[in-house]
Structures are given as structure tokens and as C-alpha cells.
Design a protein around this ligand. Sequence first.
Ligand code: ACO
Length: 316
Amino acid sequence: MKLSLISSGKALGQREIHNEHFVSYLDTTDQWIRERSGISTRRWVDDESTVDLAFAASEECLSRLPDFDRSKIKVVICATVTPDEVVPAISAQLQDLLGLDTDILAFDINAACSGLVYALEIARNLLRVRPAGTAALVLGAEMLSRKTDMQDRGSCFLFGDGAGASLWTLHEGEDDYFSAKTVGDTEMLTVGLNEPIRMDGRAVFRFAVSKMSDCIRDVLEKADLAPDEVDYYLLHQANQRINDAIMRDLKLTGERFPSNIARVGNTSSASIGILMEELYRSGQLDGSKTICLAGFGGGMSCGALLMKGHEIHVVG
Ligand code: ACO
């Protein structure tokens, strides 16, 4: 059985922050930020909360299918490292906000920027043991501006706020392929309970390129596919140079690597969901597409999920 997308939605912080914002108070330039990261603007929240972003993305996802019966949703998983509070979970709050049934499994996970890929793998396995036609709402929601040290010129320009939500069911077909790697590390990338994001940018960069490549190659091998048999690689939008390095490693070109980092920045576990919404909305996921989702993040964690011949199924 394979995952099938039913719908998708996204929400971004209300304020658009240009690189010039950082130039105004730090020793940096717009050109340096664009060349080192690929980022020109990012969106930060104004007075919204992480739950507000999660709700807006989920409601957009569900309202795109007005005839969809919300009682089919039995699983809600939100990936986040920036919840508004520890309890209640964002996904639990969504039950009420979205008017979902109460006999659902709803929980949040923290796998840093790998979160959405891990959440989808969990949803896939939960759907396997539930009745046909059951749906799972899977989202990433982050407010990283709240956890950014705005004086750290090596990282403050990277992050944005947003949420990406997607609705899934299982269909007949070849199983999806998953690969994960975890390398326990407390130095490379941390976000303390009351401390901002701290990272060794160069070390994170090296980890991302080497381990994300490993995970992608692993799922390709399991699926018996060559790199150019994948239509789209939806990679975590952390730094354009990281994704360009993966692309070169796979000996591919840019059309298979959709990117929105220039205008959205790094939204951690929300980034792949936001990118997926943009592809879904533009019709690029229609038909039988082979897609590979891959992310890396704190932990250190890394994961890839390959959906061979993926098709969207609209269900009422
Ligand atoms: N403007 C101008 N110069 C700068 C800036 C800046 N904002 N920041 C650093 N520099 C300087 C440094 O001082 C250094 O100068 P030196 O050569 O004289 O010592 C030089 O630029 C190079 O610095 P590096 O840190 O080596 O720059 P690098 O090319 O590695 O780019 C970056 C930094 C963009 C952070 C990169 O390392 C990166 O993207 N790493 C991965 C980050 C990432 O993906 N993080 C995941 C976050 S996940 C999460 O948040 C949960």
C-alpha cells in the first residue's frame, strides 16, 4: 500500500523580512546572505502563534475539498520544535479547531527539520492498520523567529515562520520506501528550552550533504530506481547550497529540485510541507509522479521517503 495525497495547505508569517533588515544592524550584506544561503526574504509572525499557523495551513488544506468528510481523519501528527506550550499538543488543539472526531490519534513529534518526513512515515504505518479510506492529517508548524538570536550574524538570517499541512490516505500499489539516520550529538545544533538556536554552520552543512545523500541513495536502491527516475526531490529548505550539493552528487539538474528558500527561508519541519503545497497548487504533483522527500536536522537526524508513481486521490 502506498501513500496518496488528498490535499495540501500552507500558512506563512504575516511580516515579510528582507535581507536589508539584517544589514540595518549587523555587519553583513544582502549579497553575502544570498550567496551563502540562497535566501532573499523570509516571513515572520506578527502576533500569530504556532497553533495559529498550524490551524491556518490545516484549514486551507481541508477547505480545498469542501465535500471531504472530516470524520475520515483518524490520525493527526504535527512536527514542531517551536510549540507555543508543551501541553496541549498542537495536534490535540487541532481536533477542536478543525471540528474533527474525538476518536482520533493526535500527537506532536520533534525530529527537528526531519520532522515532516518522520511524521509521514509514522502516518503511513498507522494507516496500514486502519480501515481503508482512513485519512491522516500531517503537518509541520514552526515559529523559528521566536528561537533565533537576532545578534548571531552566522544564523539569524536563515529562519522563517510557517506551516505546511497535507492530508493523506493509503492506496493499492507498491509500498513507499523510507530510510533514516540518527547521530546523537549535543554540539552541532541545539535549541535549549530557554536558549536560542546555536549551531556550527559548517558542521551542519557537512552532515546535511553527506547524510541526506546517504538516505536518498538508500531509498533509491531499495526502490531499484536511478536518480533520474525521480520526478521531484522535495528537500528540506535549509540552505540552497546544501540542496545544490545534493543535486550535483546525484548528477541531476535543477528542474527536479523545486525550491522556495529564496522567499520563505528555513522553516524547519514546516519547509517540506510548504514546498509540497506549492507543487500541489500548481498541479505539478498530478498524474503518476515519483517523488522523494528528504530532510535533516538537529539530533542529528536525517530521513528520506520515496513514493514511486505517486498519484493524488481526491476523495469525498
Ligand atoms: N555576513 C557576512 N559575513 C559573515 C556572516 C554574515 N551574516 N556570517 C558569517 N560571516 C563570515 C564569517 O565570520 C567568516 O569570516 P572569516 O572567513 O573571515 O572567518 C565567513 O563569513 C565564513 O563563515 P562561515 O560560517 O564559514 O560561512 P558559511 O559559508 O559556512 O555559511 C551558513 C554560513 C549559511 C550558516 C552555512 O554554514 C549553513 O547554511 N550551514 C547549515 C545551516 C543549517 O542548515 N542549519 C540548519 C538549521 S535547522 C534548525 O534550525 C532547527
